[in-house]
Design a protein around this ligand. Structure first.
Ligand SMILES: [Zn+2]
Length: 78
């Protein structure tokens, strides 16, 4: 990938803040171009009559309760 599909500016491959993988990031609009299968995998872990929830540490909905889940990465299994 050489150019941003949103604004047409150049992109560079780098690890965005709060991430742990290299992504193509636009030098103009700072859009992060994720290249993954776009599948969200989640769980509903239970213990007796209780359900484990996570408190979101990132936007959107920072601080809200959610199920443990996330977007899958390339070569990652469910
Ligand atoms: Zn852009």
């Amino acid at each position: 990938m050489k150019f941003c599909s949103h604004c047409g500016d150049d992109v560079e491959k780098k690890i965005p803040e709060d991430d742990n993988r290299q992504r193509y990031v636009c030098l103009g609009c700072e859009h992060i171009h994720y290249q993954n299968p776009n599948i969200v995998a989640g769980t509903i872990p239970t213990w007796g009559d209780k359900v484990l929830l996570c408190k979101r540490a990132i936007e959107p909905r920072l601080g809200y309760w959610t199920l443990p889940a996330g977007f899958m990465e390339n070569q990652e299994t469910t």
